[in-house]
Design a protein around this ligand. Structure first.
Ligand SMILES: N[C@@H](CCC(=O)N[C@@H](CS)C(=O)NCC(=O)O)C(=O)O
Length: 229
């Protein structure tokens, strides 16, 4: 059995970590059985590798595999059927999208989501969350939430994503591949923190989002959101 460790909010059934969503989709793509286990943000002693202190971590028969990109490569080696990336070109495209979400999408989404996320994490995690995130941003969570122009920034980023999605059902072409799962991570992060529409989504992106929610028996659509908690 494969065990995926992921972060949980105050309601342990709410699991929005975007990098964990990449791995969940990769596991579903492979069709392998897996279980998920919740972890708190702050208490690293509960982590399979406390020193690493991050998720996703996948444990397989005592083997501990860390970091989403390493895990997806490990999955393609261990389960060669139905590759997540079928060629070097697909791998290069996935790497491009990973960099794009980091430079274009997260900087726009994070200010919109940080305070909302803070309000739905466990009380015991709040001091740790505030300290680490404020250290990362170099300002208070309240100041981060007041960042101007983030909806416009998200819309500009999604206009780029709409270009391939206007011509293809998935970033992987006619079927989803790792690029889709990487880009969908931030969308799940947002969806499980808030269902509120925070910006205008171009039609090709909105339609792709619905297709992603429907994959694998509606696995992502059925995921519990903090607003339902
Ligand atoms: N580059 C890593 C990023 C992992 C990461 O940032 N994980 C976050 C959750 S999405 C985390 O573990 N945070 C723990 C913390 O904030 O202490 C990957 O791709 O796996």
């Amino acid at each position: 059995m494969l065990t995926l460790f992921e972060l949980a909010l105050a309601d342990e059934d709410v699991r929005p970590s975007p990098y964990c969503w990449i791995v969940k989709f990769a596991l579903l793509h492979k069709g392998v059985q897996f279980e998920t286990k919740p972890l708190p943000f702050a208490d690293k002693s509960k982590y399979p590798d406390p020193e690493y202190g991050k998720v996703p971590v996948l444990v397989s028969d005592g083997e501990v595999v860390k970091e989403s990109a390493v895990i997806t490569q490990w999955l393609d080696r261990k389960y060669p059927q139905n590759p997540l990336v079928a060629s070097k070109a697909e791998k290069a495209a996935a790497e491009f999208y990973a960099a794009w979400i980091g430079s274009a999408l997260y900087p726009a989404l994070a200010p919109m989501l940080m305070m909302r996320l803070f309000s739905v994490i466990a009380e015991t995690d709040k001091p740790y969350f505030r300290q680490t995130r404020e250290g990362r941003f170099g300002k208070t969570l309240e100041e981060v939430a007041a960042t101007p122009g983030v909806a416009e920034r998200a819309e500009a980023a999604l206009a780029v994503l709409a270009a391939p999605l206007a011509n293809h059902r998935y970033l992987g072409g006619s079927a989803p591949n790792l690029a889709d799962y990487i880009v969908f991570g931030p969308f799940m992060w947002q969806r499980l923190v808030t269902m509120t529409e925070l910006y205008e989504t171009p039609a090709p992106v909105a339609q792709w989002r619905e297709r992603m929610l429907d994959l694998y028996g509606g696995y992502a659509r059925d995921a519990k959101s903090a607003e339902a908690a």
